[in-house]
Design a protein around this ligand. Structure first.
Ligand code: GBH
Length: 515
């Protein structure tokens, strides 16, 4: 009894003692989407076919509910309506992606599709007319199918086609777009698409991920240098990249688990961040070493991780003005041979880490996504420490959160799960800013609206707005989380007691480690 009372008292006092941090004055808020997930109009106005059009049409069973993005949220036809919703939310910026195939149907500049240019011009102009900054991603999982037929990211030539594509984007939109990101989430693109069956094009080559990674880093760097050479002086924008950062914790305090977690952080995040943001450039040492070792064991003549030449290392190093990150969740790692734990979701022989979810943590509609807010702060601190080079260009690099959010099955407008997740994660981010000195300048919630969730189809909903996919008009309805996000932007702090009119009160967070 006494302990229970003490526990309640303790939680109450610790809750009310919690410092109320505000968002810095120049901190920017946004929401995010990506082209294939929301646009629809897959073959309208001269758009070409991309790898998701191709895969969903030729192999419908690759998608959980056999659906596709043919119509999705029909955002292609809803510029005005969607921008009004954004304006209503009060966001400073909108993160969206441009469909490469809508601009260049064959993937190459031999033909520039006028309707593609028109569509994005209208979207950008409408955003600016409503005081919302466009933050544009050039590639969000949707490579043109004709380029895939030339080997996709396994073919280094794709880096040149990407540079040509970036040139078209800068030329047509760079007068108004000032924040660019080249690629969304290289690690999933490469690991899950070229060494796994989780994203298109579902190629399962053991060296596929690493080959893809090299092409992608070089493509990114070429697009960055092109901007410097031809556009920066006149357009005065910035070029970044978006990395996925899951957080990997050691499962116990043992040295072995600590090493496994560190390896997982380097394999997932360092793989693409180290070459760009570290002082030395190149892949993380631990990655090079362990892949070389594993390759030797397999009797291969050389490492499955293709070496970057000194010239490539220099080309890639420093090739970003800011670091975009997507953060969702945390895993717990041990070495692979550890007894007693099943094969985790993040299990890679090369890195010798087996990373599992905390099954006791609050979950979501996505089996890979649990509510573990502390991992957000840990990720931001890891970035700060890892890429802190006082004498270099990157001293505590500027980070913009470009995705963070949670899924449910979409039936609830009273989405307390999302409200609590956002409040908890934003609180950790505020601690990282105010207590740890992490350099975070903006935050975009994933997602603006429910959309096509890749191989999960329409079974997982991440939106602040719900979309009725059974209605041809695809009406959007704000969930409680939309109102709460709007209130956060207005009040510039987390207000745990705010309940928007017409919604039921949320119980508030029930975090396992606080109980
Ligand atoms: C982000 O990736 C994407 O950028 C965004 O487009 C997406 O909508 C959002 O997450 C929510 O998922 O079911 O085993 O195939 C986050 C990293 C990579 C996590 C793909 C889920 C698929 C796991 N994601 N992964 S599986």
């Amino acid at each position: 009894m006494i302990s229970l009372a003490a526990l309640i008292l303790f939680s109450l006092t610790s809750f009310s003692n919690c410092k109320e941090y505000t968002f810095p004055d120049n901190f920017k808020f946004g929401v995010a989407t990506s082209a294939y997930q929301v646009e629809g109009a897959w073959n309208v106005g001269g758009k070409g076919e991309n790898i998701w059009d191709y895969m969903t049409h030729t192999n419908p069973s690759s998608i959980l509910d056999k659906s596709n993005g043919d119509i999705a949220c029909d955002s292609y036809n809803k510029i005005k309506e969607d921008v009004q919703l954004l304006k209503n939310l009060g966001v400073d910026f909108y993160r969206f992606s441009i469909s490469w195939s809508r601009i260049l149907p064959s993937g190459k500049t031999e033909y520039i599709n006028p309707d593609g240019i028109r569509y994005y011009n209208e979207l950008i102009d409408e955003l600016l007319a409503n005081n919302i900054e466009p933050l544009v991603t050039m590639h969000h999982f949707d490579l043109p199918q004709p380029l895939e037929e030339e080997g996709g990211f396994l073919n280094l030539a794709i880096a040149d086609y990407f540079e040509d594509y970036a040139d078209v984007l800068y030329k047509n939109f760079g007068d108004r777009v000032k924040e660019w990101t080249t690629f969304n989430e290289p690690t999933p693109v490469c690991f899950l698409g070229y060494s796994g069956e989780f994203l298109a094009p579902m190629i399962t080559r053991k060296d596929g991920g690493y080959l893809c990674g090299r092409t992608l880093l070089i493509a990114h760097a070429k697009a960055y240098h092109l901007y410097n050479k031809r556009y920066r002086a006149s357009q005065k924008g910035r070029i970044g990249i978006v990395h996925n950062i899951f957080w990997f914790e050691p499962r116990t305090n043992s040295i072995k688990d600590l090493q496994a977690a560190e390896a997982a952080n380097e394999f997932n995040f360092g793989w693409f961040a180290n070459p760009i943001f570290s002082k030395e450039g190149d892949y993380p040492q631990i990655m090079k070493g362990s892949i070389e070792y594993a390759s030797k064991q397999e009797g291969l003549p050389k490492s499955r991780l293709p070496e970057l030449t000194q010239e490539e290392i220099e080309l890639i190093k420093g090739s970003a003005d800011f670091l975009g990150i997507n953060h969702y969740t945390t895993f717990y790692c041990s070495p692979i041979e550890e007894e007693g734990i099943g094969k985790g979701l993040f299990y890679l022989p090369d890195m010798d880490a087996n990373c599992v979810m905390d099954e006791k943590a609050d979950g979501s509609a996505s089996f890979w996504l649990k509510v573990i807010p502390s991992g957000f702060r840990n990720s931001l601190n890891w970035i700060k420490e890892q890429y802190n080079n006082p004498e270099e260009q990157y001293n505590n690099p500027e980070v913009i959160i470009l995705e963070n959010g949670i899924s449910d099955d979409g039936n609830l407008l009273n989405d307390c799960l999302r409200v609590n997740y956002n409040n908890l994660y934003l609180t950790e981010m505020l601690k990282a800013i105010h207590e740890d000195g992490c350099n975070v300048s903006g935050y975009a919630a994933w997602s603006f609206m429910d959309n096509f969730e890749w191989t999960s189809g329409y079974t997982q909903k991440f939106g602040l707005y719900s979309v009725d996919f059974d209605d041809p008009a695809r009406p959007r309805t704000p969930k409680m989380s939309a109102f709460v996000f709007k209130n956060i932007i207005q009040e510039r702090k987390i207000n745990w007691t705010y309940t928007p009119e017409g919604f039921g009160k949320c119980d508030g967070p029930k975090l396992k480690d606080e109980l």
